[in-house]
Design a binder for this molecule. Structure first.
Ligand code: S6P
Ligand code: ZN
Length: 194
């Protein structure tokens, strides 16, 4: 047995910044432009190529006895009417759950099964969302401030981005009359993962 030493990471609860930062990943619009519904709006915004979100992963062995943990910060903004959001993913080990604890801001957590069933939960400071095994997950900032949350999941869960890249989510979250509105995604392709 390899005995791993306990350690602390410090989280700024307002900004989500971790210290030490661990693996820090930043995603700009250019990294995910085809994920937004309004391709023309995305193309126009590419001149400025805004930062859409970033996340900090504590460095943990990718083994099933361990727990990965991380913070994510989704910036406020929209591409056309669609709010800034994460790419979204299934876990590579699909039967592994995750917990999100919202620290700041407000948003929606969109989840989807392989056969396109969708569920949405609200995120606000203090909300603890349970993402059960086999649900892809994407977070969407519907507010004017950064949406900040902490996540924990099984050490060896990994990420499968490919299925969502090919299929899309079955729902889109757009702003209509100043309010978030969930609609069917006309481009959703349930067979795109075949
Ligand atoms: C990891 C967890 C989060 C996301 C992060 C970015 O399992 O769900 O840390 O990685 O919110 O989203 P995405 O979809 O780009 O990984
Ligand atoms: Zn995840």
């Amino acid at each position: 047995m390899h005995l791993f030493k306990p350690f602390n990471t410090i989280c700024d609860l307002k900004t989500g910044v971790l210290s030490p930062p661990g693996n820090h990943i930043v995603r700009y619009l250019a990294d995910m432009k085809e994920m937004f519904h309004d391709r023309e709006a995305a193309e126009t915004m590419l001149k400025e190529n805004p930062k859409v979100y970033e996340f900090y992963n504590v460095v943990i062995p990718e083994e099933d006895g361990h727990l990965q943990h991380c913070t994510s910060i989704i910036y406020p903004g929209k591409v056309g009417k669609e709010y800034f959001m994460t790419k979204g993913h299934f876990h590579a080990v699909a039967g592994t759950a995750e917990i999100y604890v919202c620290l700041a801001g407000k948003g929606l957590l969109l989840m989807q099964t392989e056969d396109g069933q969708a569920e949405v939960l609200e995120m606000y400071p203090g909300s603890i969302s349970y993402i059960p095994p086999y649900w892809a997950h994407r977070t969407i900032n519907t507010g004017d401030e950064p949406l900040v949350f902490f996540g924990v999941y099984r050490g060896d869960a990994g990420h499968n981005y490919g299925t969502i890249e090919k299929q899309g989510f079955s729902k889109l979250v757009l702003e209509e009359d100043g309010q978030p509105c969930i609609i069917d995604n006309p481009r959703y392709n349930p067979r795109g993962g075949d």
